[in-house]
Ligand binder design. Structure first.
Ligand SMILES: [Zn+2]
Length: 300
């Protein structure tokens, strides 16, 4: 099969891995150099570096200038999203975020993310952030969580009704959905336990993702991390239909944080073999691993 130089829609790394804290299990962020070595094996040409502005989950944040620094150092391998916490400026739902977003864009940021603040998805601060991202045409990557406190990411109920409300209120805002909670909704059979896990098995009842995707053209799928791979590999037949229907709004990614994970290679193998068998068309595969990101981020 013809090799496509992929774009990884969601990744993290630290250009100064010798500095800062480890995470809670003593691990450090992957360095750009280690990441590029893995990219070369996976045929990834370009990674979209996601900053992390909020303190939830991470002892140390990945602020915007660290990802900007990495992208400037390796301009052929990385572009970046800015870390903008919804509490920025005045910690108020009336904060004007125009200047911040315009400055980030002038510095080269292609979007905002990863949004990990643990507020309800329709909190007035989040509402305000989504509004300004739409006004300034900055796509935003979100991590979804089950509730406020004890988690990181936008909190939403089963079925993601609050996210849907925001998508409908701000149709100009392009939201890239991601995380276990988001991807558990690939199936209509999801409960309080399975939504925080990696649910397995065939999908017998259509999930909310498909329904929200149909209702909201501004929702995009970030198929990164183990959660994205799990959602796409648990029931391949369902996945092939999903790809057929939403091929213009699905983007492949890794969510590399640490060096020694293997799922990006497993997922790559699944997609490649599906194309070789004819279960996914080459045209759709190209869109998922490169074309959609290129179009959305105006980057080629
Ligand atoms: Zn991430």
């Amino acid at each position: 099969m013809q090799i496509v130089p992929k774009i990884d829609i969601h990744v993290h790394c630290n250009p100064f891995p010798q500095y800062g804290l480890t995470n809670r299990v003593g691990r450090r962020w992957i360095s750009p150099e280690d990441l590029i070595a893995r990219y070369d094996k996976l045929h990834v040409q370009l990674g979209v570096l996601q900053a992390i502005a909020a303190p939830e989950d991470h002892y140390d944040q990945l602020c915007s200038f660290t990802v900007q620094y990495t992208a400037d150092k390796y301009p052929d391998r990385f572009i970046w999203f800015a870390g903008l916490d919804p509490r920025a400026v005045d910690n108020a739902s009336t904060s004007d975020l125009t200047d911040i977003l315009r400055q980030y864009r002038a510095l080269g940021a292609k979007g905002v993310g990863e949004l990990t603040a643990n507020l309800w998805a329709d909190d007035p601060l989040i509402d305000n952030l989504f509004y300004y991202c739409g006004e300034e045409d900055m796509p935003i990557t979100i991590h979804v969580s089950p509730k406020q406190y004890g988690f990181y990411g936008l909190a939403d109920d089963i079925g993601l009704p609050r996210l849907e409300k925001m998508l409908k209120r701000y149709p100009k805002t392009k939201i890239f959905g991601h995380s276990q909670l988001f991807w558990a909704e690939m199936s209509g059979e999801v409960d309080a336990i399975t939504r925080t896990d990696y649910p397995k098995g065939p999908i017998t009842k259509e999930g909310r993702i498909s329904k929200i995707m149909r209702a909201c053209p501004n929702l995009y799928c970030d198929v990164s991390a183990r959660s994205g791979m799990n959602a796409f590999t648990r029931d391949p037949k369902y996945t092939y239909r999903f790809i057929e229907e939403f091929s213009d709004r699905i983007m492949w990614g890794t969510d590399y944080c640490e060096p020694d994970v293997t799922y990006p290679f497993e997922f790559d193998e699944f997609l490649t073999s599906s194309v070789e068998r004819g279960d996914i068309s080459f045209e759709n595969y190209y869109k998922i691993v490169r074309g959609n990101a290129e179009r959305l981020l105006h980057h080629s």
